[in-house]
Design a protein around this ligand. Structure first.
Ligand SMILES: [Cu+2]
Length: 143
C-alpha cells in the first residue's frame, strides 16, 4: 500500500528533472549557436555610411556605428584639401578625395570591436576617427 505512492512520486520527480534538464540545455545551445554564428554569416544587407571631410582636418562624424558585415563608406570632401580614410587593422583604404568630390570605399568586417581610422595626410593633425562594430543581436535594442 505504501510502496505504490512512493515509487510514483519518485518517478514523477525524475521525469520533472529530465524535462527541466532538456529545457535548460536547449536554451543554452540556442543562445550559443545563434549569437555569434548567425550574426557574421547571414547579414547580407550592405551598411552605408557617409562621412564628410573638411579643411579643419576632421571627419564628420568621427565615430561610425555598424554591425558585422559589408560596409560602404562614402567620403565627401566639403573643403578644398585632399584627404583619405584608412582603416589600418582592416587593410581598407579609400581613394584620395579632393575638394568638392566624393569617393566610396567598401570592406567586410566580421569581428565586433573598435577600429581606429585615420587620414593618411593629416594623422599628425589629429584627423582620426573610430569605427565601432557591435554584435548584430543589438540591432533591435538600439535607441
Ligand atoms: Cu585629411
Amino acid at each position: 500500500m505504501t510502496h505504490a505512492p512512493r515509487s510514483l512520486s519518485r518517478g514523477h520527480l525524475a521525469a520533472t528533472g529530465l524535462v527541466i534538464g532538456l529545457l535548460v540545455s536547449g536554451l543554452l545551445t540556442g543562445c550559443g549557436s545563434s549569437t555569434p554564428g548567425a550574426a557574421s554569416q547571414s547579414s547580407p544587407a550592405v551598411q552605408r555610411v557617409t562621412i564628410d571631410v573638411n579643411d579643419s582636418m576632421r571627419f564628420v562624424p568621427s565615430r561610425i556605428d555598424v554591425h558585422p558585415g559589408r560596409v560602404t563608406i562614402t567620403l565627401r570632401d566639403v573643403g578644398i584639401v585632399a584627404h583619405d580614410l584608412d582603416i589600418p587593422s582592416l587593410h581598407a583604404v579609400s581613394p584620395t578625395v579632393y575638394g568638392g568630390k566624393t569617393v566610396t570605399m567598401a570592406f567586410q568586417v566580421n569581428t565586433p570591436g573598435t577600429y581606429a581610422f585615420i587620414c593618411d595626410f593629416h594623422l599628425t593633425e589629429g584627423m582620426v576617427g573610430t569605427l565601432i562594430v557591435s554584435p548584430a543581436a543589438d540591432a533591435g535594442t538600439k535607441p
